[in-house]
Design a binder for this molecule. Structure first.
Ligand SMILES: Cc1cc2nc3c(=O)[nH]c(=O)nc-3n(C[C@H](O)[C@H](O)[C@H](O)COP(=O)(O)O)c2cc1C
Ligand code: SF4
Length: 509
């Protein structure tokens, strides 16, 4: 082995330190585990700290989920957030069942009663078949929905009998012609399946907005390739844009087409906010056409993925808090909120996460990585390598078999139940009777050592209907000027940027 090390030319450390040099690669390969087991504290692991992972595991196993001795968070750190409770706290579940939200605007004929907490989009291919089946069965047990992800609707999504949201990405997997274009007939046939409760057009996701889905070559098994109509063993790169439309008006036409083809099921779209003017352009197109999506899913830039380029995960896309407040404000500004439910995703895994997103404007929340942890994911961070040790995000049969569906489906259902229960208890502590009654003023955030703001201070509401007529709220002036319903592109022609530079909250599109 030493001679081999000296002879090889690829790794300098092995050439210079034969045999011992190998240790570097060994330790490098087990670094995440060493980090987790020996180095990280309860509050430091990333993306989910040990404290939050532990509570997910405890809730999914329904074991003790209380903590001793007080918070481990530093309540004087910037960004520390808390809920204001009430002297007249209530027993939330004495008045309410687990809360549900009806999704379906005026153009929908098959509205869906959704749980407030559901499984976010993750495809078969990215996840193993056992993971998909356990998620779907968990969704059935707990009466919540399971989003298929952009990889298409498969038998594994239907096997458990749980409610499904079928996601259509730019690859149109499951409803495409061989040339990659959308196939309305294939769509209509699947969309009418009784388990498909809603359809979601994926415009972008927070972990890689503007990039398009990636399924690494090693995960493209013959079965995945057959389902997606792609080549075995070749990386699947979905296009970064939809072929079916290229303007906001075109997007709404597509919404209408899908609604017609699915016999009136709720249709929505998912996006991570990029150019803010694009979202305003979509709202203007809704006003112009009177076509409304039934829901809009807002994914934060902090969102997860099976595989993404680092720069996209780290540095593209608006984080959830800002995006959610912005989307809610746009919809109220155009008087559209009454037709459209907002779904939020982005590191939502506890009752407090639910409550603070309700406060910002979400009606419903989704979780992807929380649900993966309920399935047993240990945050080993190998989802892209097909070596997931827990059988969650791999297609390797010897690893997939470790994930026992009958066991993990119960954990998924438990995690859902306990998290919604925790949100209910928090709302009760604040004296709130329904998620709709939580407002931005309920959540406080330390923004500097001596300054605390509520979400209302950070994200002031704009008046309902205020985007119909000038003067617009100051922070929307430039956005309103540069957005058009017939183009996603901001139109900067004739814009004097200096004029907008002094505004209190300039928004540069
Ligand atoms: C393994 C994995 C696969 C995903 N696949 C998709 C997908 O196919 N379509 C999509 O819109 N989002 C996908 N996402 C993003 C999630 O649906 C979700 O929006 C994002 O991870 C934020 O939720 P989280 O913070 O709870 O994970 C994926 C996320 C993960 C972790
Ligand atoms: S345990 Fe599996 S699913 Fe979880 S982060 Fe690691 S590789 Fe991904």
């Amino acid at each position: 082995m030493g001679v081999l090390d000296i002879m090889q030319t690829k790794q300098a450390i092995r050439r210079n330190f034969p045999l011992f040099g190998r240790l570097r690669y060994l330790f490098e390969s087990i670094r995440p585990e060493i980090q987790q087991y020996f180095v990280e504290s309860d509050t430091t692991g990333r993306p989910f700290s040990r404290m939050f992972r532990s509570v997910i595991y405890q809730r999914s196993k329904k074991v003790l989920d209380t903590t001793p001795f007080g918070t481990q968070l530093n309540v004087y750190d910037n960004n520390y957030e808390w809920l204001s409770h009430s002297i007249t706290a209530i027993d939330y579940f004495k008045i309410n069942e687990h809360p549900r939200v009806t999704v379906g605007g005026p153009q929908c004929t098959q509205p869906y009663s959704s749980s407030v907490f559901n499984i976010s989009a993750m495809s078969y291919g990215s996840l193993s078949k056992n993971a998909v089946m356990a998620l779907n069965e968990g969704a059935r047990i707990g009466s919540f929905y399971h989003n298929t992800g952009e990889g298409g609707l498969t038998d594994y999504h239907l096997a458990g009998g749980g409610d499904v949201v079928w996601q259509i990405g730019t690859g149109y997997f499951g409803c495409r012609h061989a040339d990659g274009n959308f196939n309305p007939d294939a769509f209509a046939e699947k969309a009418k399946h009784p388990q498909v409760k809603m359809i979601e057009i994926k415009l972008s996701q927070g972990a890689k907005p503007g990039h398009g889905g990636i399924l690494p070559a090693i995960k493209v098994t013959p079965e995945v390739a057959r389902i997606r109509l792609v080549e075995v063993g070749k990386e699947v790169d979905s296009p970064p844009f939809h072929r079916k439309f290229s303007t906001p008006l075109g997007l709404l036409d597509f919404v209408k087409q899908l609604r017609d083809l699915s016999d009136g099921k709720p249709i929505g779209f998912k996006l991570c906010i990029g150019h803010r003017s694009e979202f305003i352009a979509i709202c203007k197109a809704m006003v112009e056409t009177d076509i409304y999506p039934d829901f809009i899913t807002v994914d934060g830039g902090e969102g997860g993925t099976g595989a993404a380029p680092l720069e996209f995960s780290n540095s593209v896309g608006m984080p959830l808090r800002d995006a959610l407040a912005f989307v809610y404000d746009c919809l109220t500004g155009f008087n559209l909120k009454r037709h459209i439910k907002i779904i939020a995703a982005g590191k939502i895994a506890t009752g407090f996460d639910l409550v603070k997103n309700f406060a910002l404007g979400a009606d419903i929340c989704n979780s992807a990585r929380g649900m993966m942890m309920a399935l047993g994911c240990i945050q080993a961070l190998q989802c892209h390598a097909n070596t997931c040790p827990t059988g969650v995000a791999t297609q390797a049969p010897h690893l997939v078999k470790g994930l026992v569906v009958a066991e993990k489906r119960v954990r998924v259902a438990n995690f859902h139940h306990e998290t919604v229960k925790s949100a209910g208890e928090l709302m009760g502590a604040a004296g709130i009777k329904h998620p709709d009654d939580i407002h931005r003023v309920y959540i406080h955030r330390r923004v500097s050592p001596n300054k605390v703001e509520t979400y209302l201070d950070s994200f002031p509401y704009i008046p309902a209907g205020s985007l119909f007529e000038r003067p617009y709220p100051k922070s929307f002036e430039l956005l309103m000027k540069i957005s058009r319903p017939d183009s996603f592109q901001p139109d900067f022609s004739g814009v004097d940027f200096v004029e907008y530079s002094w505004a209190k909250k300039p928004m540069t599109g």
